[in-house]
Design a protein around this ligand. Structure first.
Ligand code: SAM
Length: 439
């Protein structure tokens, strides 16, 4: 790779000394690729037994992940079914360091497109509360789509600045991940724009921004809670020095662990992660919603929608799922009671729980995310396709079924791919157009 910024090369040479030639040589090999199995849907062992392409070794720091050299691992039907997430292997180091546990309140503060959110969700096993926040609204939508594909039900997606989120959630979370926007020195191979965007000035700007994000995260962490700060850069201003400065500003925190993966030492493109713990102290019982401005959206009148949902759920599910129905305009969400009632924070909220459907005042129409969140045995009509047949469904074609008429979930083997509607043995395809193959 001949176009690395000169100043970057000089900085790395100074930092790495005799290791520098090995670091530079790492740019000559193709980037490592990783695949993380979605434990909410399948175990790594079961996935390995039916993997559609060769899997390499396990990623040492993430027990559910494998290396792969497959050219297009995202084109396989199992990817559409959310059985795995494609993630740069060294980026998988941060979430296990945080150790999100069952039943905890967890915040992923800089979450899109969702690599680490979906990893945290897998660790949480569908329990507790996972708030995934992304400041950029467009990227927050992509985050919501990835959360839906992976069948995650215990999350809320928000799009707010860390500072405004800190007003809502003071001392609320048990665990927080700050995967900060950074100068991306570990992304030079993967993202073409990372090289021209790099400058020492940008490193300094990123460091200043990260400081503000970390301070907001510190406010939101409950006493005794843990915080992981990570970047995909090697710059000390954003990594080690950032961590040191944070500890100086926040004596209530201590450092538990620090990891820096370099591409010449570990099988990954490079990542930094540090684990802090907050001294015992206050843990808020609930979010501080009084301080939020209210407006239209979540919390709309649900009387007609609730009845329509009931009728649909009775027909669709073997046993209607638990959860409270919440509305954001015409969109209906099914969320567990433990997810914070953010009716007044709707300006920042993209979704909560599972998007169940749309209600136009007359008719209820189920949503793709609902299909992705079910298990085969949950619904009355599950049209199970072979891998070959699934390709037809993914292209938007109809398939056949001898099940009774009505809304159904179409899946590859036992894993949901989306919705269909059976009429006289023909399954009308309801996979959203933007999710279709070759759309
Ligand atoms: N955690 C993500 C994953 O694993 O897929 C990657 C996150 S990326 C490294 C950092 C994110 O921070 C970007 O999506 C970016 O839009 C967001 N961001 C940018 N400026 C921000 C700010 N001032 N506060 C919080 N997040 C910001």
């Amino acid at each position: 790779m001949g176009n690395l910024p000169e100043k970057f090369i000089a900085r790395m040479q100074k930092r790495l000394g005799s290791d520098f030639p090995a670091f530079l040589a790492s740019y000559e090999r193709p980037p490592y690729k990783g695949l993380r199995v979605n434990a909410l849907k399948i175990s790594p062992e079961d996935f390995a037994a039916r993997a559609p392409f060769p899997l390499g070794e396990r990623v040492p720091w993430e027990p559910t992940a494998f290396y792969t050299e497959e050219e297009k691992p995202g084109a396989d039907v199992y990817h559409f079914a959310g059985l795995y997430y494609l993630q740069e292997p060294s980026a998988m180091v941060a979430a296990p360091l945080l150790g999100a546990g069952k039943g905890e309140r967890v915040l992923d503060l800089c979450a899109a497109p969702g690599g680490k959110t979906t990893q945290l969700a897998s660790d949480m096993g569908g329990t507790g509360v996972l708030i995934a926040n992304e400041i950029d609204r467009k990227r927050a939508q992509i985050l919501a789509e990835n959360i839906a594909r992976m069948g995650i039900c215990n999350s809320a997606v928000m799009s707010a600045s860390p500072q405004s989120l800190a007003v809502v959630f003071p001392a609320y979370f048990d665990k927080i991940l700050v995967d900060a926007p950074c100068s991306g020195e570990g992304m030079f191979k993967k993202e073409e724009n990372a090289i021209p965007a790099w400058s020492e000035g940008n490193v300094a700007m990123c460091a200043e921004r990260q400081k503000g994000i970390l301070d907001a995260a510190a406010e939101m962490l409950a006493g005794g809670g843990r915080l992981v700060y990570s970047t995909c850069t090697f710059a000390e201003e954003e990594d080690e020095w950032q961590a040191e400065a944070f500890l100086k500003r926040h004596p209530e925190f201590s450092l538990l662990a620090m990891k820096k993966l370099y591409p010449h030492e570990a099988r990954g493109e490079g990542h930094f992660a540090v684990l802090f713990e907050k001294r015992d102290g206050e843990r808020s019982a609930r979010p501080s919603l009084r301080k939020c401005s209210s407006g239209r959206g979540f919390g709309a009148d649900l009387s007609g929608a609730a009845k329509a949902w009931e009728v649909f759920a009775e027909d669709f599910f073997v046993r209607p799922p638990a959860g409270t129905l919440r509305a954001a305009g015409a969109r209906l969400f099914l969320a567990g009671e433990e997810l914070p009632a953010l009716e007044h924070a709707q300006a920042a909220q993209i979704g909560v729980g599972v998007e169940a459907g749309e209600w136009d005042g007359k008719r209820f129409k189920p949503t793709h995310a609902l299909a992705m969140a079910v298990k085969k045995g949950d619904v009355r009509r599950f049209v199970s396709l072979s891998r070959e047949e699934s390709e037809r469904y993914l292209k938007g074609e109809t398939v056949e079924s001898d099940l009774p008429d009505g809304w159904c979930v179409v899946g590859v083997e036992e894993f949901p791919l989306g919705l269909g509607k059976i009429v006289g043995g023909v399954v009308k395809n309801h996979l959203p157009k933007w999710l279709r193959k070759y759309h």
